[in-house]
Design a protein around this ligand. Structure first.
Ligand SMILES: [Zn+2]
Length: 163
């Protein structure tokens, strides 16, 4: 890993954060990964029910973490739980994450499968991105990681379609 990469605030490498950035930045990363801190505004979030978002047809088993300053900054929770699907995103990042899922998920979901499991596919992607395996999930990506992941998956597809 280069010095420049380690010093860049844009990159969050959790496994090196403690040694390179210290406890404060590590704690911030963890709070962001738990939906408790807005990564844009660095302010607190609140847990809201679906009826706040979808007044007409609320789903009582669906929760969100939402930024207290900007209502566009939010993330949904795993169904029936208060565990966030990833970090808080804005609408632009949500579109990018959807694009990533559409490109990446077929690698382990669709036959013929490029990877035998979701876990193996993510392990491969983590290696390509230089990210800590434990934190490599599309839900945790920022814009830059989404764009890189899209590029990596596209290259992989091209390589395997010309073989
Ligand atoms: Zn915010």
């Amino acid at each position: 890993m280069t010095r420049q990469r380690m010093g860049s605030k844009k990159h969050l490498y959790p496994h090196t954060l403690l040694t390179t950035a210290g406890q404060e930045e590590y704690d911030r990363f963890i709070a962001i990964s738990r939906g408790r801190l807005c990564p844009y505004c660095l302010c607190e979030t609140e847990l809201i029910e679906d009826k706040v978002v979808h007044e007409d047809s609320p789903d009582k088993f669906r929760y969100y973490y939402r930024c207290k300053r900007n209502p566009d900054h939010h993330v949904g929770c795993h169904y029936g739980t208060k565990i966030p699907l990833g970090r808080i995103s804005d609408s632009k990042l949500r579109r990018l994450k959807n694009q990533c899922h559409k490109a990446f998920d077929p690698l382990w979901k669709q036959k013929p499968k490029a990877f035998s499991s979701r876990q193996r596919a993510y392990y491969w992607l983590a290696k390509q991105l230089g990210w800590d395996n434990d934190f490599t999930h599309i839900g945790m990506f920022g814009e830059e990681q989404c764009l890189r992941a899209l590029e990596i998956v596209e290259r992989f597809r091209q390589y395997h379609s010309t073989k």
